[in-house]
Design a protein around this ligand. Structure first.
Ligand code: ADP
Ligand code: MG
Length: 411
């Protein structure tokens, strides 16, 4: 099957070809026909397998067939995503596919001025890609009407239906017509969320492509046993061993993200960080620098793991193992996307053994251990540009810390 053979608009076919897509991926092959028939879908497929186009292509075709209403503020399709970055990315895929078609796309998220979004809505928009907050603001102010909505899409559906977002989604459901098409897409879904998903849709959901192992086959995995305090020396070593590689490094907290960045800068490795304390502008410019390759090390917390499609990420490093096993899948899924290959390296300290076991039972496989002998291990520490000076300063810091503690006790 080729995209050429689908019964969709010629312009849409041309736009697909211009993106360099020839054949549909599995999830696209299985989802496009039923979505075109207006059926509800729960599409579960591995990371990097083209889920965005699996809904964007048929949604655009369906909206085309519905014909433009061009009514002020009334939108026909809403796509919900958990982060600004992902909303922007999905929008740009929709933009690419709807070139030269009478379809207006708008990306709506917080952190930027409302004015432009309001102007666009008054001019008439067909498809809105949004994070929940701003969508509700615009709706409650009357700039955006959902009463005539025809299609609702939740990307990263399991996350959108989970604790942080479920209230928003339930609110949204109150405002949109019961008779509509609902599409859920995700790489992971647990039984609880699946049940919830089924309760939300009217018609039974027709499709589910559930891989036993949700991790993309194009990613190779390895795990290194390393002490918590030695992790930065190993990151430094990987950065130096792979001087051409683009590396995405995940840490547990935003404080740790900044600390690891500082540690890398001490050894003259440029790094950027992305986490929830960063402003929208900072996040946008960071993503741009990493995408373009201006900076080849990005240190991130889990918020940015979902869905993001960054070209040519060669290595994902789990500097800290994720607390939630399913996040392992979303993290390592940032590499090996589309037709590319990637590797994932996890640093596991003795304290993190149980997290490792959780991940292994989630993915149904063991993470191959990369054995490091004592010699290589100490060599990694010795060769760090930071090692000697830093041990001293660490010991010094610790001494000062102990002294202040004692002093406080005396008082
Ligand atoms: P997912 O949402 O499943 O994680 P994405 O939709 O972000 O994956 O797509 C991953 C990558 O694969 C993107 O860079 C996208 O352009 C590419 N891609 C998607 N479909 C195709 C296709 N049919 N042919 C070639 N590349 C594709
Ligand atoms: Mg996706």
């Amino acid at each position: 099957m080729k995209f050429e053979e689908y019964r969709i608009s010629q312009v849409l076919k041309k736009n697909i070809a211009e993106k360099g897509f020839k054949k549909p991926t599995d999830i696209q092959f299985k989802s496009i026909p039923p979505i075109l028939k207006r059926e509800d879908i729960l599409g579960i497929a591995q990371t990097g397998t083209g889920k965005t186009a699996a809904f964007a292509i048929p949604v655009i075709e369906n909206i085309l067939k519905l014909g433009r209403k061009n009514k002020k503020g009334f939108v026909q399709c809403v796509v919900m995503a958990p982060t600004h970055e992902l909303a922007q990315q999905i929008s740009s895929v929709f933009e690419d596919f709807s070139k030269n078609l009478p379809i207006e796309i708008l990306c709506v998220h917080g952190g930027v001025s409302q004015e432009k979004q309001i102007t666009r809505l008054t001019e008439g928009v067909d498809i809105v890609i949004a994070t929940p907050g701003r969508l509700f603001d615009l709706r409650s102010q009357g700039y955006l009407q959902l009463e005539e909505l025809k299609i609702l899409v939740l990307d990263e559906a399991d996350h959108m239906l989970d604790m942080g977002f479920i209230k928003d989604i339930k609110d949204l459901l109150r405002f949109i017509p019961k008779k509509r098409q609902t599409l859920f897409f995700s790489a992971t879904i647990n039984p609880r969320i699946k049940k919830l998903a089924y309760s939300i849709v009217q018609n039974p959901i027709r499709i589910q492509i559930s891989p036993k192992n949700p991790v993309a086959k194009s990613v190779s995995h390895s795990l290194i046993h390393v002490k918590m305090d030695d992790k930065r020396f190993f990151l430094e070593r990987i950065m130096n061993d792979y001087p051409e590689s683009k590396i995405l490094c995940f840490v547990r907290t935003k404080v740790r993200a900044e600390r690891v960045k500082a540690a890398m800068e001490r050894v003259e490795i440029d790094a950027l960080t992305i986490h929830s304390d960063k402003t929208d502008d900072e996040r946008t410019s960071t993503m741009k620098a990493f995408k373009s390759g201006d900076c080849r090390l990005l240190i991130a917390t889990d918020i940015s793991a979902r869905g993001i499609d960054i070209p040519n990420v060669d290595i994902v490093i789990n500097y800290d193992l994720p607390e939630l096993a399913e996040n392992y899948v979303h993290r390592v899924g940032r590499t090996g996307r589309g037709t590319q290959k990637g590797s994932a390296i996890s640093f596991c300290s003795p304290e993190e053994e149980t997290l490792k076991e959780d991940i292994e039972s989630f993915i149904g496989d063991e993470l191959p251990v990369q054995e490091i002998n004592i010699h290589t291990y100490s060599e990694t520490l010795d060769f760090s540009r930071d090692a000697h000076a830093d041990w001293k300063s660490l010991i010094k810091n610790e001494e000062i810390h102990q002294k202040t503690k004692k002093r406080k006790k005396k008082k």
